[in-house]
Design a protein around this ligand. Structure first.
Ligand code: LLP
Length: 431
């Protein structure tokens, strides 16, 4: 939670953000650990209350680091990884491999070998190539693996709208109703290396409404009836992915993360019992909703520029290198001056980054207390897909990450140095 302290500074997790800027420098990613724990527990308790067997897997693409994996492990969640790099980090954090789910539409042979070697608990198989590859590798390595099939339920959701046509045209997964999923089930059942636990879908991200989730669950359960009748295949796990929306600006009115899950449970239970099937385990994969609002980025204000009668640009010491989302998705954010929380927000300014691109704008036209050089700008809800999508564009070192909780702070990712920037560069040897 963020509050204002007696010095009119923004405080997160009981820590003064001005102190954090002094100690760690800016730009700085700050994570409110209590907020992450609260959502992690909220998701788990929602399933427990409904007495539904479940796994809540953190979609770690939203934000991963060794400390984050340790925190997720502490909270007893499972983990969704999508590359050997994420898996490697999780292994280094001591995350139990049996609770790791491996995703991806093009897992390489090397990645699968590494995952099998680590005894990863579940593979979310995306395509026919992967069935063959996984079967061959498991045989070669003399082991068995557990898997789900990723399906495209013909439902796509983006924020408010959800679309039920054309969404099979995606690089991910097996078509649910065009025969591909049935074919895949038969092929997997024919192997003696892959245990098929069930199916997975993910309909989109930053979704506010329930209808897309409900439609996807309904469509899959309709097919579960058919798989049961035709192949005597009993779906034990129904993984409905992530995508629960969060608050970036006041235009966003998401449900509580736990409410999405409670509604999903109710729908699945009703539809399953109407079809006289055995209740499957429900798995979910929240990323953004676990870490998004828990993250805040702190910047130092530098130069500014007035375009007479148009607008005032105020530049900060970060930008598209630490948060690509405004440039890439036109994402909107809200912000405050962390060192002047009591001042009137009487000046409308646009927040520019420091990168050499006109598109490097973090926020357009936001009222703030007329920012001056060395003021601290805090942008809220930057916990998901900011650090994880950061780059070294313009050879700017990546920012540090700090965790705060109970009035204490700890550095969990060091700020990169110029040495880090050139660490893989080699001098010309042939001239
Ligand atoms: N499961 C699967 C299979 C996914 O593909 C994703 C996100 C998630 C779970 C987690 O979704 P979440 O709960 O975070 O919405 N870079 C974009 C978001 C890309 C999401 C990709 N997949 C952004 O910054 O908005």
């Amino acid at each position: 939670t963020s509050t204002i302290n007696t010095q009119n500074h923004l405080e997160i997790g009981g820590v003064d953000t001005v102190t954090l800027a002094k100690e760690y420098g800016t730009p700085l990613y700050i994570y409110d650990v209590a907020a992450i724990r609260q959502h992690a527990r909220g998701f788990k308790e929602t399933f427990e209350k409904a007495k539904v067997s479940a796994q809540v897997a953190y979609a770690s693409k939203a934000f991963s680091s060794i400390a984050m994996y340790e925190l997720i492990n502490e909270e007893g969640l499972s983990l969704d990884v999508v590359s050997a790099g994420e898996l490697y980090t999780a292994v280094k954090a001591g995350f139990p491999a049996e609770r790791i789910h491996f995703h991806g539409n093009n897992k390489t042979e090397a990645e699968l070998r590494y995952a099998i070697d680590q005894n990863v608990g579940c593979y979310v198989i995306d395509n026919f190539h992967e069935i063959e590859l996984l079967n061959r590798l498991a045989k070669e390595l003399g082991t068995k693996v557990v898997a789900l099939l990723r399906v495209t339920p013909g439902v796509g959701a983006h924020t408010h709208e959800f679309i039920t046509t054309g969404q099979d045209d995606s690089k991910f997964g097996f078509g649910l109703t065009n025969g591909q999923t049935e074919e895949a089930i038969q092929r997997v059942l024919a192997t003696d290396t892959i245990t098929l636990k069930g199916v997975h879908c993910h309909i989109g991200s930053q979704i506010f409404e329930m209808d897309g989730f409900i439609a996807a669950a309904d469509r899959i359960i309709d097919q579960m009836v058919i798989w049961n009748e035709k192949y005597n295949y009993k779906t034990e796990v129904l993984n409905l992915g992530g995508g629960f929306g969060i608050h970036y600006t006041d235009e966003d009115q998401p449900l509580e993360p736990e409410t999405y899950v409670a509604n999903i449970i109710t729908e699945v239970q009703a539809k399953i019992s109407a079809n006289q099937l055995a209740m499957p385990e429900i798995w979910i994969e929240p990323g953004r909703s676990l870490v998004g609002e828990a993250g805040t980025t702190l910047y130092t204000v530098g130069s500014s520029k007035d375009v007479p009668d148009v607008r005032r640009y105020v530049a900060v010491d970060g930008g598209m290198g630490d948060n690509i989302r405004p440039a890439l998705y036109d994402a909107k954010y809200s912000a405050v001056l962390a060192n002047k929380m009591a001042d009137q927000a009487d000046t409308t300014v646009s927040i520019a980054g420091k990168y050499c691109e006109s598109g490097d704008m973090l926020i357009w036209d936001i009222p703030l207390p007329n920012p001056q050089p060395n003021d601290l700008l805090a942008i809220f809800s930057t916990g998901a897909y900011s650090y994880s999508m950061a780059s070294n564009y313009n050879r700017v070192p990546r920012a540090a990450v700090v965790f705060v909780e109970h009035g204490e702070h700890q550095l969990v990712v060091k700020r990169e140095t110029f040495e880090d920037i050139i660490q893989n560069d080699l001098h010309l040897t042939k001239r």
